[in-house]
Design a protein around this ligand. Structure first.
Ligand code: ADP
Ligand code: MG
Length: 256
């Protein structure tokens, strides 16, 4: 990793790792994020749920600037997310992202998929990147697949590789956008188990999922979004047993 001068005031452990202040986003006339305020503490696991179209993916994409925002501010570990350039690449590397579709490089081996980012973005040496990649692949239980191409793996295995690939960048926070919704049912748990393990190791996580079992096992907080707004937030226990809004009650009635 390159060592650059650090700002005078390093983020203390009390600073939220991810912070959104009055964030708004429109797609044309559609107001998809409405005045979002959200602080995620170091080590916290936040599950985001809500109906389709409520802005969950846009929220995730805004946090690592795959989407621009119209106004408001997003900070990662106390640093404002820059609009572009090297500073953005650097800060974005602190935010790991796992999508519904695994997005692995089809023509590269599993090992190369995981070493590429650390070498290109973090400037890690090849040998070190390989060692790191193998340890991460082992952690998610696919180290024996390292020489294969993505298409030779099951969906559940590919998604675990995607998690290892994101972790290889040594992110400060991991975002998951419906990581199991494209998987066959028998593969969902192997991915959720890897995520639960990560949560227990203290990773800060924002997870969009409708897997209530995961929320109950791993979430510190559940956020319910509807129409681009955070409508409710509570512990999983509180939220699932005693949702406050009609929207949340209605939604839970449909998925539980
Ligand atoms: P969710 O992930 O909760 O289903 P999204 O964040 O994907 O919701 O989408 C929120 C709303 O924004 C939806 O109405 C969706 O159709 C719209 N939307 C998402 N991406 C775009 C885009 N690139 N251009 C226009 N509209 C979009
Ligand atoms: Mg979505």
């Amino acid at each position: 990793m390159t060592s650059e001068p650090q700002p005078a005031a390093p983020a203390s452990s009390g600073t939220p790792l991810v912070s959104l202040r009055d964030v708004n986003k429109h797609f044309g006339d559609l107001h998809v994020l409405r005045n979002i305020n959200l602080d995620v503490a170091r080590g916290e696991v936040v599950v985001v749920i809500g109906p389709s179209g409520s802005g969950k993916s846009t929220l995730c994409r805004a946090i690592n600037r795959l989407e621009t925002i119209d106004d408001g501010e997003i900070t990662i570990d106390g640093k404002v997310l820059p609009a572009e350039g090297k500073a953005l690449t650097k800060l974005r590397a602190d935010v790991g992202m796992v999508f519904q579709s695994f997005n692995l490089f089809a023509h590269k081996s599993i090992l190369e998929n995981v070493t590429l980012g650390p070498v290109k973005v973090r400037g890690m040496k090849g040998g070190e990147a390989k060692e790191l990649a193998m340890s991460l692949l082992k952690r998610v239980g696919v180290d024996n697949q390292a020489q294969k191409l993505p298409a030779q793996l099951s969906g559940g295995q590919q998604q675990r590789v995607a998690i290892a690939r994101a972790l290889a960048m040594k992110p400060k926070v991991m975002l998951f956008d419906e990581p199991t919704s494209a998987l066959d049912p028998e593969m969902i748990n192997e991915v959720l188990d890897a995520m639960v393990a990560l949560a227990r190791e203290g990773m800060t996580m924002i997870v969009v999922t409708h897997e209530m079992g995961f929320a109950r096992r791993a979430a510190d907080r559940v956020i319910f979004m509807a129409d681009g707004q955070i409508m409710e937030q509570a512990t999983p226990e509180e939220f699932f047993t005693n949702p406050q809004s009609e929207r949340a009650k209605d939604f839970l009635g449909k998925i539980l």
